[in-house]
Ligand binder design. Structure first.
Ligand code: NAD
Length: 333
């Protein structure tokens, strides 16, 4: 029976993958640790590795996997900025991903962050639990009539555009490949920064998009702008974001992803000293709402992720082609 070494397992992964892998002829070995060069030897005996957003799939890790008999990596996520795809191709490791599972889940989470910040429900929740029923400082804003700048109108960004329209917001967007037929108004990035009351990021992390929101970009923005990031942390220079929050230029920030999230996200580090000063300071601000890369975490998305990942396993085992494979030029070694 073929085995899958499943890294960084959480309860919700186990639930869906166990249920959907029954009678598929593959055995899943659930491991709690993250994948990196040190933990890669644990995959020995497995031809397939299943990994996630904060696992390390650098050339070094992939080489150790290869030396331990791994021939395929199935990513149970859409983004693959943590995978050295070229190195995998050279090593003959096939890499697959789940390009789409539930864009709605991610877009709704972006909207949830925005609504919480706009109406300060995250503050109200903490207050009323303490029997503090004062409204002082909880003044919010209406979204209707405001302009949302959406960067990246792919699957998630496009859903968010429609949600914003449903709220009566104006939408402007920037994308390398605009959906002209959608009726969305496209502008260049600087113009989007200048015109938006809310900016929501939905483009992938690439060398071009790294620190897309930096101090220069923040300078262009409207005073009081809300920034929402459910895409990838390094799209934002977090030190510049913190400065923008401290100066009052940025009205609020909703972050589901963070530049240095790999150190802490998905783990309970509440009893440890936090070394990341920028994250500490961001977390301590009343107008910053951080979630731990959970935009994907819905029943609908988890089921779709497990289903597609297992389809990718099947494609690998049967030698079937799929456009969900990233390593087009990989050779079976
Ligand atoms: P997608 O590929 O459907 O859309 C990405 C869009 O970004 C495309 O339209 C593309 O043309 C555009 N784009 C690429 N480079 C750009 C650039 N330099 N400037 C502007 N636009 C650019 O991806 P998606 O499914 O909509 O997902 C968007 C991002 O959300 C993913 O890259 C992933 O990092 C992130 N994501 C996060 C979570 C989460 O749980 N927080 C879950 C899924 C996806």
């Amino acid at each position: 029976m073929d085995k899958i070494a499943f890294y960084d397992t959480k309860t919700y992964d186990r639930k869906w993958f166990t249920a959907l892998s029954e009678n598929t002829g593959v055995e899943i070995c659930f491991l709690e640790m993250r994948l990196n060069a040190d933990t890669a030897p644990l995959a020995a005996g497995c031809r397939i590795v299943c990994a996630f957003v904060n696992d390390d799939l650098s050339q070094k890790t992939l080489t150790v996997l290869k030396n331990n008999g791994v021939s395929a990596v199935v990513m149970r996520c859409a983004g693959y900025n943590n995978v050295d795809v070229k190195a995998a191709e050279n090593l003959g490791i096939r890499v697959y991903r789940v390009p789409s599972y539930s864009p709605t889940s991610v877009a709704e989470h972006a909207m949830a962050l925005l609504l919480s910040l706009a109406r300060k429900t995250h503050r109200a929740f903490v207050r009323t639990r303490e029997r503090n029923f004062s409204l002082e400082g909880l003044e919010g804003i209406d979204l209707k009539g405001r302009t949302c700048g959406v960067v990246g109108t792919g699957k998630v960004g496009y859903e968010l555009c429609n949600m914003c329209r449903g709220f009566g917001m104006k939408v402007v967007a920037y994308d390398l490949y605009p959906r002209w037929e959608s009726g969305i108004e496209y502008t260049d990035l600087d113009e989007l920064f200048k015109r938006s009351d809310v900016i929501s990021l939905h483009c992938p992390l690439t060398p071009e998009t790294y620190h897309m929101v930096d101090s220069h970009a923040i300078e262009l923005m409207k005073p009081g702008v809300y920034i929402i990031n459910t895409s990838r942390g390094p799209l934002i220079d977090s030190s510049a974001l913190l400065e923008g929050i401290k100066s009052g230029k940025i009205g609020a920030a909703g972050l589901d992803v963070y530049e240095e999230e790999a150190e802490v996200f998905y783990e309970d580090v509440s009893l440890e000293v936090m070394e990341d000063d920028v994250l500490n300071l961001l977390l301590s601000q009343p107008n910053v709402l951080v979630t731990s890369h959970q935009a994907f975490l819905t029943d609908e998305a988890l089921e779709a992720i497990a289903r597609t990942t297992l389809q990718n396993v099947r494609c690998f085992l049967l030698g079937e082609e799929t456009d969900r494979e990233l390593t087009k030029t990989a050779v079976n070694v």
